[in-house]
Design a binder for this molecule. Sequence first.
Ligand code: ZN
Length: 527
Amino acid sequence: MKVFKVAGIFLFIILAGLVMMGYLNLQDRHPGYNADLKIIAKHPSGLKAGFAALKITPEVPDRWVDANGDAKYNEKDGDYYIDGNNNGKFDPVWIAGFSNNKPANGVHDDLWARTMILDDGETRLAIVVVDAIGFMHDDVVDVRKMIPVEWGLNYVLIASTHVHEGPDMMGIWGKHPLESGVDSDYMKFVKEQIVNSVETAVGQMVAARLEVSEDLTGASDQVKDTRQPEVFDSGLRFIKVVNKESDEALGSLLSWGNHPETLWSRNLLVSSDFPHFFREGVEKGVFSADSLVKEGIGGVAMYINGAVGGLMCTHPTHAISDPFTGQSISEPSFEKAVAQGNKLSLLALKAMEQPQETIEEAEISILVRTIELPINNNMFRLAASLGILNRGTTGWMKMRSELAVIQIGAISFIAVPGEIYPEIVNGGVEAPAGADFGIEPVEVPSLREGMPGKYKFVLGLANDEIGYIIPKSQWDVKPPFTYGRDKAPYGEENSLGPETAPVIHAELIQMLRELNTNDHLVVEEIN
Ligand SMILES: [Zn+2]
């Protein structure tokens, strides 16, 4: 009997410990935080801009690289072999994306925190892009709290490129599903570097003009949609920011909608994938072998992703043709990512030569709304409770996130906190037979229809990474399945739930209406 009593006490202690751990893990990291903001600008005026690029490359122990610098991947059992250890401690940089247990074997190219500051004399906006799989809202708020008010920033938007070949910054890509892949020292370093990049960019500000250009069709052959309906966000949109005095490029914003995962699942070298070669091409020029084919514009190029859900990628079955050799490359490799980067750079440099709009004077309007989203996904609930997914909750199984709409003259941005399906952005939400709710499309009209200005940039994974944002009428986990499938489509397991898209769409439409009705009419500024 005594044994049972002791066992019972032990069990009680373990259970109490688990409950306590869950309680602590789910605690709100930023109680009372609210980013709500409404700045409706009234007077177009001369713009200032500044850029910065700071490295956030992790330190990767090189002892897991073999003699050729290649990953040790075994074809036969599909596993990685690690034959070294870090003084008896196996503590690698875990690569995020695809699957667990992917220790980095080296660094192919540096990862970055890149910042653009725009200022109309009254309002100062920072757009930061980080080479990360995702940078969650709690971390965004941590960074904002580190930025001194003296830097005069009204809003700091932090997006991630969604690269699938860099360190885990979210927690779900550790050695196994029950172990976080996040290194807290590295996260601290990334946050400090973001702050440093904002400070540097503020210090670089000079009078500037914006040159806007688009190529809405040129890159559409480089993306595959792996889930019906086939809707893309494959238009390329560019803002070249030029020093007004010297005519030199300060930097550029390169916007496209595609997963940076061309290198796919077996690469174990840290890299920012095709965005690296895209940025390099735009800055330094495009080279065929060693000869310069097209001159770059200089400055700091920033790649920012668009609507990548549902699922936009350069799949291993999707070939990229090398722009110089004409060779068709399907197999994931750096060669493929280089070819893609070169193609994108050539399109960008060509489009930028003849800007469709030059903005000398403009006003910056910003609307920001803090939202709460229900966590209906049981795996996300578990991951958050166990502290694997490192983010707090607000109330019972809800998480705080954020939406923003921004207008700068003829340019508008919407900031979406995850991977939105392109049909919500560009139109084409369907109500296929077999869908779980049997309802008409909810997320209509399309977001782009509601956006003001001529040039409409959709910024994905902005200020958060909440996973897939799936049209409710296409939600499909129960049989019968949509589009004649014999099993459930891929996607829902990486979404907070079926209410995510309706909430985000309705809020954004409402915010866009507010911006449109107030646009240049109402004299109002609320902080
Ligand atoms: Zn993704």
